[in-house]
Design a protein around this ligand. Structure first.
Ligand code: 5AD
Ligand code: SF4
Length: 434
């Protein structure tokens, strides 16, 4: 979501006449799109601004911060940054820069002036993003969250759930497909409650997926469409059926579970049981037999016992996730759980994280080893960072595959790759027929 926000911020800034630089020291306008999900990411924002404010002794520099910011940090950021703005204030950014006097040499005439203002919460989506890749794109479909999981900052940073108009989403998807984009990810904090805020006047999430599926099939082009992240509570069977019905809807599901323990799930305010979660997994296995399943898990949540951690490990054994993003619990000001004691020590959190990573590696290795000798379609993403002459790619299920002895010309294309070796979290192979 932050990358997607950045792509729109970039369009607005470039629309004023600024030019992008890859070199941080060269910038005259610099900013950060913050993430408040865990304290670690916010600590990085504080260290960046300290550095930038020192640079100001030597040269003129304008600093800004946007993205997900908790109210307590916002108060401090206002004193540290020249500009603090919310994403829904993006259309005002050129005026803010002018008013602060720091960008007076840049144009006030701006493509933004042509945007019709309809809903101040969502008009920023009308800004055409400067996509960071020409073959992979993020498309926001919803912003904010009404779920109030007890550990989570999002309802306090991004506010209530708002769905983007399906006509706009579908128009953006259509344009991307026309431009030969190969992978599209529909984004939201809680994608499968898409449309519910519009009280029957908007498509359901399953219907939106079908509409995207139709556009994809009609185009006749090869395409993988993903979405992230759904909430188990709203993960109805019709969503999985929609994915099954369209070739272009990618067979990969990211379904955050957060914990394998019922009592902890209740304290997290997740509102589903392990049985509910496993039923969705069964539906996925039945209707999408080739799908990979990813998840998010928190370790060291307030009051988590060793037995409760054990239940997360057991659930992982049972589901055999292909990927699990395991995070150490980080108290967030304003979220309900921040009033409870953060009683699991950093060392215990690290040990618990290592324990779950062990389980993940074991189950995903077994899955990946069974792929050896078979051929899989991959999308080539870039040159491999660590191996000369190799490419980094992903399967439809988003498993990373290193393609050996292949030319950089293949970046951004689909290829058939015969898998020759497997490790816990990645695979390697050669171009089929090579
Ligand atoms: N501490 C640790 N992890 C968190 N997440 C969300 N809030 C917290 C927190 N306070 C994790 C959840 C979520 C992912 C995006 O980040 O697992 O699914
Ligand atoms: Fe946070 Fe829960 Fe909403 Fe996800 S569903 S964004 S974890 S409050």
């Amino acid at each position: 979501m932050n990358q997607s926000d950045s792509e729109r911020i970039r369009s607005v800034i470039e629309g004023m006449g600024f030019e992008m630089t890859e070199i941080e020291e060269d910038a005259s306008l610099i900013g950060v799109v913050a993430c408040s999900v865990r304290q670690k990411a916010i600590d990085k924002v504080y260290s960046k601004i300290q550095k930038w404010n020192q640079w100001k002794n030597e040269k003129p520099l304008i600093t800004f911060v946007s993205g997900c910011i908790l109210p307590a940090d916002e108060v401090k950021f206002i004193k540290l940054f020249d500009l603090v703005f919310r994403m829904n204030e993006l259309l005002e950014l050129p005026d803010m820069l002018h008013q602060s006097g720091v960008a007076s040499e840049f144009s006030t005439r701006h493509p933004l002036n042509d945007i019709e203002r309809e809903d101040e919460r969502t008009d920023f989506w009308q800004v055409e993003p400067t996509y960071s890749s020409d073959f992979e794109a993020f498309v926001p479909i919803q912003n904010g969250c009404d779920k109030f999981c007890s550990y989570c900052a999002v309802p306090f940073t991004r506010g209530r759930e708002v769905s983007r108009a399906s006509a706009d989403i579908l128009a953006e998807v259509e344009r991307l497909i026309e431009n030969d984009v190969k992978a599209i990810t529909l984004l939201g904090q809680n994608v499968n409650s898409y449309g519910l805020d519009k009280k029957g006047e908007e498509l359901s999430f399953a219907a939106l997926l079908r509409a995207v599926g139709e556009i994809g099939s009609k185009s006749g082009k090869e395409l993988w469409v993903y979405f992230t992240s759904p909430h188990p509570r709203d993960m109805t069977r019709d969503v999985i059926e929609a994915i099954a019905d369209y070739k272009c809807l990618a067979k990969q599901i990211h379904l955050p579970v957060q914990s394998g323990d019922e009592k902890l799930l209740r304290r997290m305010n997740r509102n589903y049981s392990i049985e509910d979660y496993l039923k969705i997994v069964d539906d996925i296995r039945e209707l999408l037999p080739t799908a990979t399943i990813f998840t998010d898990i928190i370790v060291g949540f307030s009051g988590e016992t060793d037995e409760q951690l054990e239940r997360s490990a057991e659930l992982m054994e049972q589901v055999k996730f292909n990927m699990a993003y395991v995070a150490k619990y980080s108290p967030r000001a304003g979220a309900r759980a921040s009033r409870w004691e953060d009683d699991i020590t950093p060392q215990q959190k690290s040990e618990r994280l290592a324990k779950l990573s062990e389980v993940l590696k074991r189950t995903s290795l077994a899955h990946n080893e069974a792929m050896v000798g078979k051929t899989f379609r991959v999308l080539v993403e870039r040159a491999d960072k660590r191996m000369e002459g190799a490419l980094a790619s992903r399967t439809e299920g988003k498993l990373p595959v290193r393609v050996l002895d292949a030319s950089n010309d293949l970046v951004g294309t689909f290829q058939d790759v015969e898998i020759t070796s497997a490790s816990a979290l990645s695979l390697a192979g050669k171009l089929a027929g090579a």
